[in-house]
Design a binder for this molecule. Sequence first.
Ligand code: G1P
Length: 271
Amino acid sequence: MIKQAIIPLAGQGTRLLPLTSVFPKELLPINGKPAIEYILDECIKSGIKEIILIISKRKNIIKKYFYNDVFYKNLIKKNKNDKKLKFEYSKIKKYKKMIKFVYQNSPRGTGDAVLKCKNLIKSKYFLMLMPDDLIINSNCSASLVKLHNRYKSPIIASKKVNKKDVSRWGIFDIKKINKKDFIIKDVIEKPSIKSAPSNYAVIGRYVLPKIIFKVLKKQRPGQNGEIHITDAIRFLLHKKNKFIGHIFAGKYLDCGTMKGYINSSIEISKL
Ligand code: G1P
């Protein structure tokens, strides 16, 4: 059973500058609620019991958000009948119980962030979520966990993207199993239009095997001098490990860009 999830949050958020020069994008509100809470709720509803947040010192305010007990306790003392206040505090306490923090202080890529969790992962498989990718109307993590139980292999979420946009994503080479699932033959991080093997993109929900830590430990930096999780997956694929891709149900919202971020609030307010 998959009980642990990791969420890399140490990225610089350059696509959302200038806001992110002082404030972590994961705490920016989407329809009034911090972006990170949508991701945490998705994890919890998919049966995850422990969530590891990878932050940097610069983003310590994320930890503070979950460790603000004194602030809430003082307010509650003065406003004993404020139900909203009590509700918010109990919500934060519920999250805090499930969260562990790990630090990645230099931005060396997602693969490097994942490696920081090596000693905390207990089972053979774990879930990883990218906070920029919001998926509404259907719990993508729950679907991946279910499929993992069926296929007994790692699973990665996918979505067909415009051919002209392939260089924004990790892109799969695939062999279809059915309408929704495929065998991943290969994956390339942000390829050019010419070298892209398809237009099936990697979307930020992964069920990954613990053996990936061994690969990451030895991995050399790739594109832009970063350690990419995509390259570690690629290595495992070339060593004949089976990975399944799943075209998820639900609507994808890209919160990593200003346009996408604004649109996310609009879409979620309609729910
Ligand atoms: C990361 C992954 C990429 C994937 C994308 C999904 O890229 O490296 O393979 O397609 O997430 O959002 P990033 O968004 O960090 O550039």
